[in-house]
Write a protein that binds this ligand. Structure first.
Ligand code: A2P
Ligand code: 11C
Length: 338
């Protein structure tokens, strides 16, 4: 049996990756519809070696497809995902709109694949935030082995997480500065080229940003453990693709760096690159970008804490952090439930 699919937000950064990964992987897919706003009708998008004409989300009939892969922004998903689900299409939504609803499953296939079964409640499955996904792929095997009490994390996030306009802003600002011209800031409140902004998503009442609180809320829901403490600082840096994270964890039982390296080397979705030599670690540009794995390096015991462990984690935020994880959820859904 083949499944017809709608990709919603097909002209965006994540939509583009959804179409290219769908064409790459071996899913039993029939027709694929590329949907975006009425502004994009008449444009075409790439689907492998084929081109698809963009259709208008507002007038699309979701009863003609079985799966919807959504990435059009939270407010658009809020309106259209329930409509699509009511028409019988199972929605896998990339936005933050439904993630914190206790009745909607929030899934990383390497971490909590069984949660997919709860799609029946509302016909919607939520895809976590990119910075949470790569962190938890790396930490789940350690949590299973020795228990994690607390996570301190600082992120180094690529501009593609913001979307296409931000990719253009970094490119334009970089070119302007190298040519002695003034920079224009439209997407970010301060210059992003050659800079680091400790600000992702909107500020919350507690002084953290929403990106930081997403890592707190989503970790507890996905790990199914309300006791895990998470203390994040999310930072945007001038990288196009690939988020990096410095993780400092405190475990319930002590784990050596050697044992952690051994566990992570055999874990699903992870590639360990951890040599104590020049370049013996992953980076966003050389390993993360364009690849499927979550890369882990700099594994070492924390010299300031008896049960502390440090890790450096890198992954492609648009692929594993969004589009690939969404498609892996679709694979579980098709294999086990549809
Ligand atoms: P469009 O290009 O027609 O605006 P990104 O996050 O990279 O900026 O991409 C956002 C995606 O969501 C784009 O495909 C965009 O389509 C789509 N989108 C934004 N607003 C709407 C809307 N009101 N209806 C349908 N699609 C939308
Ligand atoms: C970023 N994490 O890098 C964001 C992008 O909640 O799905 C994804 C926002 C989200 O800016």
């Amino acid at each position: 049996r083949k499944f017809d699919v709608a990709v919603v937000g097909a002209t965006g950064a994540v939509g583009e990756a959804l179409l290219s990964i769908l064409a790459e992987r071996d899913l039993p897919i029939g027709r694929v519809h590329a949907l975006a706003s009425s502004r994009s009708v008449g444009k075409t998008v790439d689907y492998g070696r084929r081109e698809l004409e963009v259709e208008d989300l507002a007038t699309f009939d979701f009863s003609t497809v079985q799966i919807g892969l959504f990435s059009p922004g939270a407010s658009v998903s809020a309106e259209y995902a329930p409509k699509a689900a009511a028409a019988g299409c199972v929605v896998i939504d990339n936005t933050s709109q439904f993630r914190y609803d206790p009745e909607i499953p929030l899934v990383i296939p390497e971490v909590n694949p069984d949660a997919v079964g709860d799609y029946t409640k509302h016909g919607i499955i939520a895809n976590p935030n990119c910075s949470t996904i790569q962190m938890l792929v790396a930490l789940k095997p350690l949590h299973d082995a020795v228990g994690i009490e607390r996570i301190n994390v600082a992120t180094y996030q690529a501009v593609s997480g913001t979307g296409k306009e931000a990719i253009d802003e970094l490119a334009h600002q970089t070119a302007a500065l190298l040519n002695g011209r003034p920079v224009e800031c439209n997407v970010y409140p301060k210059q992003i080229a050659f800079n680091a902004l400790p600000h992702i998503d909107v500020f919350q009442d507690n002084g953290y940003t929403k990106e930081e609180m997403k890592m707190v809320w989503e970790t507890r829901k996905i790990m199914g453990d309300e006791s895990i403490l998470v203390n994040p600082t999310a930072v945007r840096i001038p990288v196009f693709y690939g988020h990096s994270e410095a993780l400092h964890i405190e475990t319930r039982e002590k784990i050596s760096a050697e044992k952690a390296r051994e566990i992570l080397s055999g874990a699903p979705g992870i590639t360990v690159l951890d040599k104590h030599e020049d370049g013996g670690y992953p980076t966003a540009v050389t390993e993360g970008s364009g690849k499927d794995a979550v890369f882990v390096g700099r594994i070492r015991e924390d010299i300031s804490h008896p049960r502390g462990l440090n890790l450096w984690v890198v992954s492609d935020n648009v692929r594993k952090g969004a589009a690939l994880n969404t498609i892996q959820i679709a694979e579980v859904l098709i294999r086990d439930y549809l």
